[in-house]
Ligand binder design. Sequence first.
Ligand SMILES: Nc1ncnc2c1ncn2[C@@H]1O[C@H](COP(=O)(O)OP(=O)(O)OP(=O)(O)O)[C@@H](O)[C@H]1O
Length: 476
Amino acid sequence: MASDAVNSLASRLSALEPKQDGAAAAEKAAESPAEAPQAQEEQTEEPSLPQASSLLENLSHEVQVTLADQQADPNSPLFSAKSFEDLNLHPDLLKGVYKMGFQKPSKIQEKALPLLLQNPPRNMIGQSQSGTGKTAAFALTMLSRIDMDLKVPQAICIAPSRELAMQILSVVQKMGQYTPVECFFAGKDSWQRGMPKLTQQIVIGTPGTMIDMVTKGRVLDLKEVKVFVLDEADNMLETGSMADQSISLKNLITKMAKKPQIVLFSATFADIVRTFAERFAPGANEIRLKQEELSLDAIKQFFMDCDNEGHKYLVLVELYNLLTIGQSIIFVKRRDTADEIARRMTAEGHKVVSLHGKLETAERDAVMESFRDGKTKVLITTNVIARGIDVSQVNMVVNYDLPLDAQGRPDPETYLHRIGRTGRFGRQGVSINFVHDRRSFEHMEAIRAALGKPIVRVDTSDFEQMEKTLKAALKS
Ligand SMILES: Nc1ncnc2c1ncn2[C@@H]1O[C@H](COP(=O)(O)OP(=O)(O)OP(=O)(O)O)[C@@H](O)[C@H]1O
């Protein structure tokens, strides 16, 4: 990691020292835009239905558990739940889980839930590949820990994008449908100064809005918070103003509430972020993946050699002419590229939409809803929804532009999250990278080397062969 990145994390680390005054830090963070910067978006340049039970068998990866209590044996059945009944959940919660069609816990749920639900509560840093059920693990934790009779916020969950926060809210509401729980979505436009203090027990949103609701609006009271969850935690702790806001919120919560349980989840934790995460969630139980287990084998990775930037668009259109794909997401670097491709493909009769941070919130919500409902088949987007978004019918992801970090270096973490929008919960998926010159080829090679999984070349001059290869990958 470059020294500038190390320095920046180190300075944020010092913001976690006990001497830090939560309110002062919050004020500082409040100087940044009210809404979180939405997952590494820049102004114009943007760097970086089968049965559930049969799908579960596809998720066979192992996870490594490190318990904060050195005396405890992580292999003990006490720390593993083979069924949801083993977890002693409230019957109304169990009913919600089954109503969602979950029959057995996935590996991460099996390992994480007993640790998350233990008393006294312990912090958790949990890692598991994309689409393996992390949301249910922390949603059940929040729902289990709150006192339903107490009408004040008791669980806070933050995520890097509006879309992801809304998705988490919907999972919590479904899971808690047989309980009297009330939830609040903390996003831009969802609150005003002068409104009464929140009485909802679970508050889910983006960190900038939460900070504003606490410090500017004084409508979010943190005194009774028992659980603080960061989804996509590595991103939340690493990215500029979003990291400042997450740290400030944590300082406010730990200052006002009595020993809240801090829960961090992501599919990726680069070493330097993990060190920081361990300071953020002290004494945490940890569940981690080995580097070679980061990417899922169910996602077949390909690349297409294009002649130049302009040729990329022609290959993309050919790809969509040939394949009647379920649903797909095309990732580009810049917002204007997303709009331009959407405009051209629409003119050629394809049903596509673009989504990025420049759209109004109402437009963003409408675009996402139509994609979730399957009304639009192709979503062209930036890194804004690279993480967390769960639309199970997505069976293809195209990296029209490869993901680069803020310094213009290949970004394997974002790549993993992007391709993880397909292959959800053991399903098959295909990801296709477009390369068009030596530089983009080198970027892809660096990502391939970091993840250690093959990326197979598809011949762009032989469309018949291209169709066969991709169809076979989706069937296998
Ligand atoms: N035990 C289960 N049984 C069946 N389906 C499940 C189970 N747990 C989760 N799922 C489903 O698996 C899908 C992926 O789950 P989720 O979105 O929580 O993944 P994730 O691990 O958070 O992924 P990401 O890293 O991309 O955020 C969801 O559609 C969810 O409903």
